[in-house]
Write a protein that binds this ligand. Structure first.
Ligand code: CAA
Length: 290
């Protein structure tokens, strides 16, 4: 356990935030998860109960351990309920301005600068988000702490310092990720970091292969699963991540790396325009309604 962290505050109860709170609680931390939408909190609570019950059934933990972990998670309807947290992880919508507004607010709320303000952004510049917090000293505690979906299963945490992030905060982030049972690996603050710099162009290329008639989605995914040992094909994975998120990350890559070869494939954009965003809307490349 990272001795200095006892309570994490997670902002956003979606797939990522809910997963981060769960992993925090199963690692022995108090976790308070905040969301502006009560329905998201209810959904997160139901998923936590389901996954921990399953862990008991599978004998990965005892009933007592599961109940204790569930008891360490609280669900907050107000940001003020995060008071007392000694670590914050933001996992809200991928919108630079909304994140900057939030970090400005967090910097004002948590005046004790030993409280680290981490962002789970998948591609937005940590340095840009940190500018909202004020001077260099205030920005020193802002760090990228990028988890992967599904958080309880995926081992990686990408640790990304911004320009002003202190070495101490990077070391504490690494220690906390390890205490949460993850493997932290460091990346620099360039668009997409490492994970999405490499993953998203591959997914985008799968959309081009589909659009150009190289193969149908089932064949594209089957070829990558059977031929490259991917657990999910790239198009299935795009639905899982969310097609709007994929498009957004491609835009961040194209703008941040100043290279149009990273622009989102028209086929991907078309599905987003049609509201077919993947698992979360029941339909994306594939249809999940049945
Ligand atoms: N939350 C928690 N646990 C989950 C889960 C979820 N959302 N989805 C599946 N699992 C669990 C299942 O319960 C199951 O556990 P049990 O041992 O208790 O049965 C286990 O994972 C395996 O699940 P399945 O047998 O149903 O299916 P699977 O073997 O195909 O595994 C998977 C599912 C783990 C999701 C696997 O397909 C996989 O690894 N896919 C790739 C995921 C990936 O690449 N994630 C990264 C996305 S990129 C990202 O997150 C960052 C970004 O910035 C965009």
């Amino acid at each position: 356990m990272a001795a200095d962290v006892k309570k994490i505050g997670v902002i956003g109860a979606g797939q990522m935030g809910g997963g981060i709170a769960q992993v925090g609680a199963t690692s022995g931390l108090e976790a308070v998860v905040y969301d502006a939408h009560p329905a998201s909190l209810d959904k997160a609570r139901a998923l936590h109960e389901k996954l921990l019950n399953r862990a008991v059934e599978k004998e990965r933990m005892t009933r007592e351990e599961a109940d204790a972990a569930l008891g360490r998670i609280s669900y907050a309807k107000s940001l003020d309920d995060l008071a007392g947290s000694d670590w914050i992880v933001e996992a809200i919508i991928e919108d630079a301005q909304i994140k900057k507004d939030l970090f400005a607010r967090l910097a004002g709320m948590f005046t004790d600068t030993s409280v680290v303000l981490a962002t789970n952004t998948s591609s937005i510049s940590i340095t840009e988000i940190a500018t909202a917090a004020g001077d260099d000293a205030s920005q020193a505690r802002i760090v990228g702490m990028h988890f992967f979906n599904p958080v309880p299963i995926m081992k990686l945490v990408e640790v990304i310092p911004g320009l002003a992030t202190s070495d101490e905060v990077v070391a504490r982030t690494t220690a906390l990720a390890e205490a949460m049972g993850k493997t932290p690996l460091r990346a620099n603050d360039r668009a997409g970091f490492v994970s999405n710099r490499v993953l998203m162009p591959m997914i985008n290329e799968a959309f081009y292969a589909w659009m150009e008639g190289v193969a149908e989605p089932e064949a594209i995914d089957g070829i990558m699963k059977l031929g490259c040992n991917f657990p999910m094909g790239p198009l299935r994975l795009a639905d899982f991540i969310g097609l709007d998120t994929c498009e957004h990350i491609m835009n961040v890559l194209a703008d941040g790396l100043n290279n149009d070869r990273y622009r989102a494939c028209p086929k991907l954009k078309q599905l987003v325009t049609a509201g077919r965003l993947g698992d979360k809307t029941g339909r994306g490349v594939f249809d999940y309604s049945k």
